[in-house]
Design a protein around this ligand. Sequence first.
Ligand SMILES: Cc1ncc(C[n+]2csc(CCOP(=O)(O)OP(=O)(O)O)c2C)c(N)n1
Ligand code: SF4
Length: 311
Amino acid sequence: MEEKKTTVLNLTDEEFVYPGNRACTGCGLNILYRIGLKAIGRDAILVVPPSCLTVMQGLYPITSTQLSVLNVTFASTAAAASGVKAALRAQKNDHTQVVAWAGDGGTADIGIQALSGAIERGEDFLYICYDNEGYMNTGVQRSGTTPQGALTANTSINGKRERSKDVPAIVAAHSPAYVATCSAAYPMDFHDKIKKALSLKGLKYIHAHTPCPPGWAMEERMAVAIGRLAVSTGIYVLYEIEGGEMRLSEPSAKLLGKKKLPPVSEYLEAQGRFKALGKEAVEKLQQEVDAKWAAYRRQHDVALAARGPQS
Ligand SMILES: Cc1ncc(C[n+]2csc(CCOP(=O)(O)OP(=O)(O)O)c2C)c(N)n1
Ligand code: SF4
């Protein structure tokens, strides 16, 4: 049976973020933080390393967040979340959710060891990585997930040389309870994936693409439009993995029925960080995206054929 989806009409009115915080105008993370906390609810402890999120939440004694938050060192997020969960277990508290919420720098690079260990131990908490594709809080430095060719404060004039790390795939290789990718342009999808993740036991991982106006050199009003372009051009794919089975989420699944997707250049040209990308690099990227979608279409056809004729 199809799960009931959350929409703006049935989303709770309750707010867990006070009005006013230190996010930049048009911040993708800010959208997901507000909606994500509605899915998590009040009975939760957040574990957050240094990042834009710590700044957004506010420095003691000022805060924009109504939930309990444990601010931890960069490398220790998943280890600290494991500890918070152990403390709750010792108190026989099995209702308070533990949610680690970190940036891509704090996840893909600095925190990956603790995250890997937590999944391997089968810890029971939700880990959310918001991926603005750089160390934004400290002035837009490159991270492991910064796309190849993107300009940052510490890349050469040709942009980042290396390819980006596929963190959800790295996490999925550990076989946790749940892996999902999300986007700030689809906050209700994020909301429902959090709900689903929190209903499962074990380590759950959500990776969320969060456009960042200053870091991506784009207009503030364009954050959602650019997030949508990432999905509609097929460069960023929304999916879930549960029980080892991967399923495209609706905004990406509907692209399977399209013969041709909009060119990735539409996504790249909307952002100043890609202005050093030459024609050849853009063509190569397009070929990679086309090959990826050809593979999704083949898998989809095989799955349909295996199901046989539908009555
Ligand atoms: C061990 C350590 N190194 C460096 C820093 C400085 N620092 C604070 S936030 C930050 C950037 C974090 O990047 P990311 O996790 O991607 O989150 P974002 O800033 O993009 O939200 C850095 C380098 C620190 N706090 N601790
Ligand atoms: S730098 Fe980017 S991620 Fe950080 S608060 Fe500003 S828009 Fe959001």
